[in-house]
Structures are given as C-alpha cells and as structure tokens.
Ligand binder design. Structure first.
Ligand SMILES: C[S@@+](CC[C@H](N)C(=O)[O-])C[C@H]1O[C@@H](n2cnc3c(N)ncnc32)[C@H](O)[C@@H]1O
Length: 220
C-alpha cells in the first residue's frame, strides 16, 4: 500500500479524530510532558511573558495550554493545517480561553503565515516538519524569514540520521523508525543546515534530548 506524504493528509483525518474527542491523540499524546518541555525550551531561549510567541503547527494547543497563561493576554499566536483542531484545544484545554483571541488561531497548511503579525519574538515548530516532506520546511523557512522580522529565535525539531545511513530507514535512539522519503521523515544535519542557510537563517543544533529522539535546532 502506498504511504501518504503526510498522515495529516489522509481524507477525514481531523474530522474523524475530533468527532471521537481525540484531539490530544492527533498531536501524539504525552500531553503534559511534551507541553512542559516546549515551555522550558522557549524559556531557555529567552522567552518572557511580554514576548509574542508563534506556535507553528500548534495542533490542539499542547504547548498553548501552558504558554497562554504564561504570556501576557493576546501574545500567543498559532497556525495549523486544521483550525478546528486549534479551536478544540482552546475550548477544552485552556483554563481561561479569553486570554487567547480566536483570531490568533490561523488555518495555514502552506506556511504562508497569513495574518500573523510582524511582532513575533519567538517561534516554535515542534513535531511538525518531522511529518512533512523536506519541501515544506524549505517553504516555511523562506516565507518566515522576511515575515518574522523581529524574531529572536525559531525552535525547530527534526529527526536526524547519519549521512551514511540517511538513504534508508533509520531507527532513532528511542525506537522510532524514520525514513528519507515518507513520514516520519529524517534528514542529515548538513541538509538542515543547508535548508536554513538557503532561506537566510543561521542554524545551530542543540544537544537537548527530546521525546522520540527528535533533534532541536535553533535558528535566528
Ligand atoms: C505531531 S503534531 C504536533 C503539534 C504541536 N506542535 C504539539 O507539539 O503539540 C503535528 C501538527 O502539525 C500539523 N500539520 C500537519 N501538516 C501541516 C501543514 N501542512 N501545515 C501546518 N500544520 C500542519 C498537524 O495538524 C498537527 O497539529
């Protein structure tokens, strides 16, 4: 059977999962742990309550349910291929949804960032490009560079494989098997570096260990 380019492109994927109340499962579970890790990464990068955050591929607000109470009201913005998923997170997972205006949740499956203000200080894409073909990261970085002109740091997770093993399936340290041409995708560090610099970003890998063996890169 042919593999989809992305699991999120399966027809009815979001509708089915939301109808079953499975908004947490769509983003991979490990809800509290993964949200806490993302908050810590952003705080380590220098994010403070007065900053504006863009959560790219935010899903059901696994990070948002922690970032919204931390940031000043209205300082959290999010994009995702499914606005319904983000709205479900806002309705069900936020202690005080009024701190997050609905129009800060932007449906954007092409990384065009429509309506995202240029005041964004920090951005994060956690577990997003791990599920998408390399062209998506190229597009996102090229579009974000001129748009997010105030940005201090963009935190990005990817799966890496060593150059001599990147052409085939590769088992990550915690057991996840990643692939060069289907999800979950891996690339080499040189490829990440080249994609970032082609779009005008300086990129450096972090040594932080992340769930499922993802690697963190910090771009600015
Ligand atoms: C593994 S989840 C991670 C969600 C969130 N970053 C988190 O850590 O909870 C991947 C997310 O990427 C979103 N996504 C998939 N394809 C996308 C696309 N083309 N554009 C924007 N978001 C996309 C999915 O809807 C999903 O919410």
């Amino acid at each position: 059977m042919a593999h989809p380019v992305s699991p999120y492109l399966e027809p009815g994927f979001y509708d089915d999962a939301l109808a079953k109340g499975r908004h947490r499962d769509i983003v991979g579970g490990r809800w509290d742990e993964t949200g806490r890790i993302q908050m810590q990464l952003l705080r380590d990068a220098g994010m403070q309550p007065h900053h504006h955050l863009l959560d790219i591929g935010a899903g059901a607000l696994r990070l948002g349910c922690k970032a919204v109470p931390y940031l000043h009201p209205g300082h959290y913005w999010a994009t995702d291929a499914s606005r319904a998923l983000m709205l479900r997170g806002r309705a069900v997972e936020l202690a005080d949804p009024a701190r997050l205006p609905e129009d800060h949740l932007i449906e954007d499956a092409t990384f065009a960032f429509p309506g995202v203000p240029q005041t964004i200080d920090f951005a994060i894409a956690f577990g997003v490009f791990t599920h998408l073909p390399p062209a998506s990261l190229q597009t996102a970085l090229a579009t974000a560079r001129p748009h997010l002109c105030k940005l201090q740091a963009l935190l990005l997770t990817v799966f890496l494989a060593p150059p001599d093993r990147a052409g085939a399936a590769f088992r990550q340290a915690d057991g996840v098997v990643t692939h060069p041409g289907r999800p979950p995708y891996h690339s080499t560090g040189d490829q990440v570096q080249a994609t970032a610099s082609a779009a005008g970003w300086a990129a450096r890998p972090s040594s932080v260990i992340l769930p499922r063996g993802q690697a963190l890169w910090i771009l600015n």
